[in-house]
Structures are given as C-alpha cells and as structure tokens.
Design a binder for this molecule. Structure first.
Ligand code: MFK
Length: 487
C-alpha cells in the first residue's frame, strides 16, 4: 500500500459522454439540421474537455487585477485579465455561442442549438458564460428596442463570430441602496450635447472589461421609485481607448467566480443613449433579465453535469472496502438519485428554451408567451438550488479529497452558490412568479401544460395568495411542469 495513490477524475468529450443531451436533441431537432449540429457539438465537447478546460484553469489561477494609476500618476483604471480568459472570449465568438441564437438559421430550433453550445461551453469557461449572458440579453434588448444606429453597430458586434469585432456587454443595475430593489437607484441622467450624461455609483458591475453596458438611471426631474427609471446604452471607452468618464474603485473579492472581473465604479458625466422611452427602464431591462435568467439555468445545468461526471468517473477508479465505490449499492444509489435531479432540471430548462425559441421567431401562442414569462423565474430558482445541492453531494462523493483546494473540487460548490444570488435571489423570483400569476393570469397558461390531476389541483389552493408561501408554490409548479413534460 506504501506506493498506492488514488487516480484523479477525468473529463472526456462532454458531448459524447452525455447521452441525455444527445437523446433530447435527436427527439427535438428536425432531421435536416441534425447532422451539422451534432458535428459542431461533438467538436465543442472535445474542446470543453481539452483546451477550454486548460484555459479555464489558467483564468482561475490568475484572477483579474486593477491598476488605477500610471507610473506618472494619471488615472487609468486598467483591469487586466488572464491569457486563459482572453482565449475563452475568442473561442466564444468563433463558436458562435451568442451569434447562433440571432442568426436563426435553424429557425425556432436555433435557441435549442445555441443553449446546447452554452451548456457544453459553460463548465469549462471559468464563468466567461457571465459576459456572454449579459451580451445575449443586451443583443435582444437592442434588437427589440434599439435605435437603427445601434442595431447597425453594437448589435452587430454583440452577435459577431469574428473575435476582432466581437463585443460583450455589462448590465449595471445594482447600487448601494439595493440589489433586488432597484427603486432607490440614485444614478441621474441629464441631457448633454449628444444624448445624456450619467452620474452615479454602481456597486456591482460584472465583466467590467466589456465594450458596452446597459444601465438604469433617473432622468432629472423624473418621479421617485421604479417608474422614474430609464434604460441607457453606453460604451466604456472612446475611440482613443480612454474611459468614458468612468472611475473603477476596486474589484470585488468574491466567494467564487474568481476569474470574472466584478467591480465597483462611478460614472462622472458618462455619455449615454436612451433606449426606449423615459420611465420604461425596468420593463426594457427585463428583456435582458429574461435572457440572463435562462442562461443562468443552462449554466447551472452544465455545472451539475460537470460535478456528476467527475463523481461518476471517480467512483469507477476509487476502491474502498475491497471494491470500486460504484459497486457499493448505497454510493451507486446516491449518484443515481442525483442523476434524476439533474434530468428533471434538464427537462424543465430546455422546455423553457423551446418556448424562448418560439417567441423570438414570432410563432409562440399567447399562452406560450405567458408560460415563458411565468416559467423563466421558476426555472432559474429551481436549477440554481439543484446545482448547489448536486455540487455539495458530488464533493462529498470524493470524501476528504473533495475538501482539498488543489483538487479543484471545492470550487464546484463556491461557484454554484452564485447561481441562486445574481439575476434575482430565490425569494425575489418566487415573488415575481406570484405577481405574474396575479397580474397576468399566468396560472391559466400553466394549466394548459400541467394536466388537471389531483396534484395540479393543489395549485388552486387559497394559501398561495399569501406571499410567505411563494417559494413553496414555485417549487411545486416546477415539479408539476416537469412531471407533465413529454420526453
Ligand atoms: C452564468 C449566467 C450568468 C448570468 C449573468 C450574471 C450577471 C450578473 C449581473 C447582475 O447580477 S445584474 C443585477 C440583477 N438584478 C436583478 O436581477 C434584480 C432583481 N429584481 C427584480 O427582478 C425585480 O423583480 C425588478 C427589479 C425587475 C422589478 O421589481 P419592482 O421594482 O418591484 O417592479 P415590478 O412592479 O415588479 O415591475 C415593474 C414593471 O416591470 C411591471 O410592469 P407594469 O409596470 O406594466 O406593471 C412588471 O410586469 C415588469 N417586469 C418586471 N419584471 C419583468 C417584467 N416584465 C417582463 N419580464 C420580467 N422579468
């Protein structure tokens, strides 16, 4: 035993090893598109187990740094990121991880294809999926509400496949006064020579190395509260690469997502363009949130898959009590139970992706649009919680090794925790679902999917009017919808 060491878990082509994804795509994607999509996903599955994984490790080991002053005292606020992070950006552009959704070459199935790409990319991306989420959301907001000029410029960059012209976007909502409650936003906007000038401090800005951002501000004289907020487009740097009157105060020291630059910053007369009408800020930025929440669900799903792949692989290598641990019935049952949780999350997430694809192609029925609106917060909160649970159990499946930093395993749990926080916490999203049920009669749309069984009758219970039951309601709806989704 003196020279005995355990073997480390390994990741192989993540498309080939994922029969659940393959079977789903075989059932959903029309035959005419299957060959090219499968070939691309196979290539991506190889990259996710190879160079992308190495770049992600590099990015994680070399977190971003902020240099505020040049050697001669000039304020520069330069954020430096790792080589791995930059390579992951190029790969995202080249593989069309945002572009595929907007080219719509596979009609409403483009979203399924694009989200399958993201699902494979994300767990090997060190959270480069975060800037992609905001960029996709921003592209959708510009496609819907942007000026003709912005459609020709920013939208084109966000959906480019050329790393030289590819842009990412930030989504700056959070201020010191509140994360979920944006009604106290204190950033102001006043009319300038060209557009507006913004002044205010943003407390969390993710992926602060992006070329553009969408943000909320209150036009001078507008009413207090959320109805006084407007949506603005801004570019971070001018043509000479100077910051657009933005000061970066510091990078955040976070529990996880270490490779991702998240900063506090102040806008000091930042040039910006109004998107939509004054006072429409929340409704317009909601189109970003609805995309980023689905991204969050896909990334949580990819995260679960990665945690389980590692645990399954290890279970076939690690011997204890005279046998591989996979051959101990209780360990096998534990992993199988987690696998069932993953599969339920997968069904719900891709069901919502199908609805999104239909909506974006203009073929969703009114009931499907309502269902998409209602299930977006549900799928986000459901998958976030499952990914934390699965990450925790997967780490435990390694015993002590799962608790040791240089195995890379503790990161699974640290990173999973963010899924239930950003883009709306579990409670905020559960309450959002309740509001949609009240205002837009979303439960009617849910009932078109969920068969009217004894279980679904539970949804008519009067106790769901009470907001303290919102979480319980959200998880019940998730389970009932999953039960009724056909394979
Ligand atoms: C790996 C994946 C990475 C993901 C990217 C991570 C990047 C991280 C960057 C961030 O974390 S950005 C900050 C994220 N912040 C949030 O998610 C805010 C959470 N808070 C909410 O979601 C609130 O519900 C919200 C601020 C949107 C609104 O709350 P309010 O102020 O109480 O307003 P209300 O009354 O609920 O909604 C105002 C209007 O907007 C209503 O319309 P009406 O005026 O006609 O009644 C709503 O129907 C509409 N609305 C709200 N949410 C909507 C929506 N419409 C469509 N879709 C929605 N989701």
């Amino acid at each position: 035993m003196k020279n005995f060491f355990q073997n480390a878990p390994e990741i192989k082509n993540t498309f080939q090893s994922d029969s659940f994804l393959q079977n789903y795509l075989k059932n959903k994607i029309p035959a005419e598109y299957q060959k090219s999509i499968f070939a691309h996903l196979n290539k991506v599955g190889d990259l996710a187990a190879g160079s992308w994984l190495q770049w992600a490790t590099n990015a994680e080991a070399n977190p971003p740094t902020l240099t505020q002053f040049s050697p001669w005292g000039k304020r520069i606020d330069e954020i430096k990121v790792s080589e791995g992070w930059l390579n992951l950006e190029k790969a995202a552009a080249t593989e069309g991880i945002v572009a595929t959704a907007f080219e719509r070459k596979q009609k409403e199935f483009s979203r399924i294809y694009q989200m399958a790409l993201l699902y494979l990319y994300s767990p090997s991306s060190a959270f480069y999926s975060c800037p992609l989420a905001m960029s996709d959301g921003a592209a959708r907001a510009l496609e819907l509400y942007g000026t003709d000029e912005l459609k020709k410029t920013a939208f084109k960059n966000l959906t480019s496949r050329d790393p030289e012209t590819f842009w990412t976007s930030g989504q700056w909502m959070t201020e010191r006064t509140g994360g979920s409650d944006v009604s106290g936003t204190s950033t102001t906007a006043k009319v300038g020579n060209a557009g507006y000038l913004l002044n205010g401090t943003k407390w969390f800005t993710s992926a602060t190395t992006s070329q553009m951002a969408l943000t909320l501000a209150r036009i001078e004289g507008a009413e207090a509260g959320n109805r006084g907020l407007s949506l603005f487009y801004l570019e971070l740097r001018d043509q000479n690469k100077n910051l657009n009157n933005i000061e970066v105060h510091r990078l955040k020291d976070k529990l996880g997502t270490k490779a991702l630059p998240t900063a506090e910053l102040t806008l000091n007369g930042t040039q910006a363009t109004l998107i939509g009408q004054p006072g429409e800020g929340i409704k317009r930025i909601a189109s970003v949130l609805n995309i980023t929440r689905i991204y969050n669900s896909i990334c949580a799903l990819g995260h679960m898959r990665r945690a389980l792949d590692l645990a399954w692989d290890y279970s076939k290598k690690r011997k204890a009590f005279g046998a591989f641990i996979i051959d101990h019935p209780l360990h096998k049952k534990t992993l199988n139970d987690l696998e069932t949780k993953f599969q339920k999350s997968f069904k719900l997430t891709f069901f919502v992706v199908e609805l999104l694809g239909k909506e974006e192609c203009g073929i969703a029925s009114e009931a499907e649009k309502k269902l998409l609106r209602a299930l977006t917060p549900i799928v986000k909160l459901y998958t976030a919680k499952k990914s934390i649970l699965i990450s925790s159990e997967a780490i435990e499946a390694f015993g002590g090794a799962g608790y040791i930093e240089d195995t890379g395993l503790p990161r699974l749990l640290r990173d999973a925790q963010v899924f239930s926080i950003w883009e709306g916490t579990t409670n905020v999203l559960a309450l959002d679902f309740m509001k949609v049920c009240e205002k837009e009669d979303a439960l009617k749309a849910v009932f078109e999917v969920v068969q009217f069984t004894a279980n679904s009758k539970l949804l008519l219970d009067a106790k769901w009017k009470n907001t303290e039951n919102a979480r319980e309601l959200a998880f019940l709806v998730a389970e009932l919808v999953i039960e009724s989704i056909k394979a």
